[in-house]
Ligand binder design. Structure first.
Ligand code: SAM
Length: 259
């Protein structure tokens, strides 16, 4: 079996965000539940606009659009954006989708709300993470709302080594490990056995660079949002309705803030 290394956009984005995600039972119901929660806490009604930052394969963009929300979504991975565009076309949904880097967006007072879902915040160093919040603040209309759907840093899932049978082969995922001193959740290299092409596929440098996530506490997030200019910062312990208070053992740490 030949061994090769592949990049995030080149291979892994499609494998994780489309093939692997599609294999999860109940994922569509989960997506619908999250979007209903967002619509509720962000005060969104038909015709309002939302920016889905790091939208992945567009699963939530599609759900927002089905509710009559005007959606703009972007992601660093072109492969995911192309997939999302095709899905939107198939469903005849009018969604603006483009490839982009969250560190470089430059919208000015354009959206009623912005979301970063499935812990899509904290991929960079502290200054860059804060810059993402600054750009998002600029992108919101006055009184616009931001929602961050995060893993609760005090109640991390029990990550396990898993073998998953996917279309075309087997995915070996190593468990994430918390680097407590750095406050960073470090993802481990994954391997895919491509049985159709007889390949052992590893992550290259580029794919590995996507693997570390800074785990901010509520206090730290609160301070960053406050410094960027957000107010009325609220924390919830779940990304589903009814609204749940946030505590150390909540499933999620969902943050909502107002411009
Ligand atoms: C955990 S996934 C979440 C995807 C989607 N929001 C969801 O909930 O299914 C994180 C996403 O962030 C994207 N991403 C990573 N770095 C990015 C960047 N600098 N700018 C925009 N998107 C980025 C990845 O391609 C990936 O799709």
């Amino acid at each position: 079996m030949e061994e090769v290394s592949r990049g995030w956009d080149e291979f892994w984005a499609e494998l994780f965000r489309i093939r692997h995600r599609r294999s999860m039972q109940g994922i569509h119901e989960y997506d619908r539940m999250i979007v209903e929660f967002c619509i509720n806490v962000l005060n969104l009604t038909e015709g309002k606009s939302v920016l889905d930052i790091a939208c992945g394969a567009g699963d939530h963009c599609i759900e927002f659009a089905r509710h009559g929300i005007k959606v703009t979504g972007f992601d660093i991975a072109n492969s995911l954006i192309n997939y999302a565009k095709n899905r939107a076309k198939e469903e005849d949904l009018d969604i603006i989708l483009f490839q982009g880097d969250m560190r470089e967006i430059s919208f000015d007072r354009k959206f009623d709300a912005a979301v970063l879902l499935s812990h899509s915040f904290g991929f960079f160093n502290h200054e860059e993470n804060k810059n993402v919040l600054k750009h998002t603040f600029a992108a919101l209309k006055p009184n616009g709302r931001l929602l961050l759907d995060l893993i609760n840093p005090y109640n991390l899932p029990h990550f396990q080594k898993t073998w998953t049978r996917l279309e075309g082969g087997y995915l070996l995922s190593e468990p994430h490990v918390l680097d407590a001193q750095a406050g960073v959740l470090r993802g481990r290299p994954a391997v895919f056995i491509d049985i159709e092409n007889n390949l052992l596929i590893h992550m290259n440098e580029d794919a590995l660079s996507n693997n570390d996530i800074r785990m901010y506490t509520a206090l730290e997030i609160n301070q960053m949002l406050d410094e960027v200019g957000f107010s009325k910062i609220e924390f919830f312990g779940s990304n589903a309705l009814p609204r749940m208070p946030y505590s150390h053992n909540s499933n999620r740490m969902v943050v909502v803030a107002v411009k």
